[in-house]
Design a binder for this molecule. Structure first.
Ligand code: ATP
Length: 456
């Protein structure tokens, strides 16, 4: 048994398994697709929700200092002016001068073995010229220019500058704009956090690497409001919390790397940023980010809305605008890391087998139940009984009576079902079933009444 992520896991293997087994399909595929969009199939939607629910449980429900919100995707354009996104949410873009195809300049450099970290746009252009770097079609590249990644739309029947709105490029602003509401309703002590999960949209110049860089994706963000005096300690606490998150996702520690982002590469609002990178099949890349966003956002909101964003420490006259630490998680990147870490290949009885060693709490199905033979009504009836009983308790149970038992195991292995339960003739005699373990393929005889206990 070996984990291919450490050696030579190929992106195509993950993509093909995801499509074949109903996890992820290309968006609008039937019409030739829409670049940078993806649709989740019956298993993908469960895996994705399992990740999101786990996050919500860990970072909101299990804590006493967190509040959840679910803000609108469309927001007043002033939000994005105040946040700086209208002016500075840009990536460097260059163009193949023959084909007119557009590329992200920093990606072109990376693909040619040059690390663009810390470079200004002019320095990137210089590096392209000095190293005679051409486009992927082997043509000359233009000078770079900035490209704003927000999708613009209009709200209401009149399309003029006053009706301009944007599909939010981050969920964070929906948190900041509700800071005062949450304080007024709950008056929590500092430090406290507000969390949100939801869609974000970025008009990425070149979406690539499967769902890793999409134009429509999902974020899970926390703004943790603090007294700036304590920012270093709290930053460190969140760093630890993030490692706990990696552990519940089942990500190997050795595949995670911290990148201390240099000042010139940090977002315009950040005083310190750590990117947590993961060894994805396409290479080492950002899985999630954590930034000390200071009081930048609340200050801007106070300035532009003319509403006080100050917080008064209870029982005192001490007033100030809280600072924030922001851990920002991407759902698609978490899902891709989970799939890559779980992807395994081995040999069983001389045959190559692919399976997903997903942590049990993330697997789309907990159990697969099947009768040994489909054409024996007494077996089917008994199997249905077991299936319905388990389904009452767990819901995420599947039924599979297609093909022979070996084929069913292969199918369940590929989608990461941890246990397959088979009802055979002995079951009718002694109420025991075979439980087959996905990872070891070991089979155990278990009393039906102990199945739930078996799992616990
Ligand atoms: P990158 O440098 O890879 O473009 P970023 O630094 O712009 O990412 P942030 O603005 O920090 O990303 O966004 C927070 C998180 O949202 C990222 O860590 C990532 O998990 C997720 N994310 C950002 N852009 C995308 C995207 N285009 N597709 C999928 N997830 C994304």
């Amino acid at each position: 048994m070996y984990n291919v992520v450490m050696s030579d896991l190929k992106m195509e293997d993950v993509v093909s398994l995801c499509k074949r087994r109903g996890f992820i399909y290309q968006g609008s595929e039937v019409y030739g697709g829409l670049s940078g969009t993806w649709d989740y199939g019956p298993l993908g939607v469960v895996l994705k929700r399992n990740i999101m629910n786990l996050w919500w449980k860990m970072f909101v429900e299990d804590r006493e200092d967190m509040y959840g919100v679910d803000a609108a995707i469309l927001m007043n354009q002033k939000v994005w002016q105040a946040s700086g996104h209208v002016d500075t949410f840009v990536d460097p873009l260059c163009e193949d001068i023959e084909t007119k195809k557009r590329y992200r300049t920093d990606h072109i450099l990376k693909d040619n073995g040059i690390d663009p970290t810390g470079m200004t746009m002019a320095q990137m252009d210089e590096a392209i010229t000095e190293n005679n770097i051409l486009s992927p079609e082997k043509n000359k590249l233009s000078q770079s220019r900035t490209f704003n990644m927000m999708f613009t739309t209009h709200v209401g029947p009149v399309a003029d500058e006053n009706s301009v709105s944007y599909l939010r490029p981050e969920t964070a602003q929906g948190i900041f704009t509700n800071f005062k509401n949450v304080v007024d309703s709950f008056y929590p002590d500092l430090p406290f956090g507000i969390a949100q999960q939801g869609k974000a949209f970025r008009n990425e110049i070149s979406p690539r690497d499967f769902v890793f860089r999409s134009r429509e994706f999902e974020q899970m963000e926390i703004e943790y409001f603090i007294d700036p005096e304590h920012w270093e300690d709290l930053f460190e606490q969140w760093r630890q919390n993030i490692y706990e998150w990696f552990e519940v996702l089942g990500l190997p520690k050795e595949c995670i790397h911290e990148l201390e982002v240099p000042e010139q590469d940090r977002a315009h609002y950040s005083k310190r940023t750590i990117d947590f990178e993961f060894d994805f099949p396409h290479g080492r890349d950002e899985l999630l980010g954590m930034a000390y966003r200071t009081d930048f956002d609340l200050n801007n909101i106070q300035r532009d809305s003319k509403k006080s964003m100050e917080y008064t420490i209870k029982g005192t006259n001490t007033k100030f605008i809280p600072h924030v630490i922001e851990p920002s998680f991407g759902v698609e990147r978490a899902l891709m890391a989970v799939l890559s870490a779980a992807y395994r290949e081995d040999e069983q009885n001389g045959e190559r087998r692919t399976y997903l060693a997903l942590p049990e709490h993330l697997a789309p199905y907990k159990f697969c139940v099947s009768p040994l033979l489909k054409n024996k009504p007494e077996l089917v009836e008994k199997a249905r009984e077991v299936y319905l009983d388990l389904k009452k308790k767990y819901r995420n149970i599947t039924w599979d009576d297609n093909g022979n038992i070996g084929k069913r195991y292969r199918r369940q292995d590929e989608i990461g079902t941890p246990n397959c339960i088979v009802i055979d003739f002995d079951t009718l005699e002694d109420d025991t079933v075979t439980v087959r373990d996905r990872d070891t393929t070991k089979q155990t005889r278990v009393k039906i009444e102990n199945l739930i206990k078996y799992d616990e």
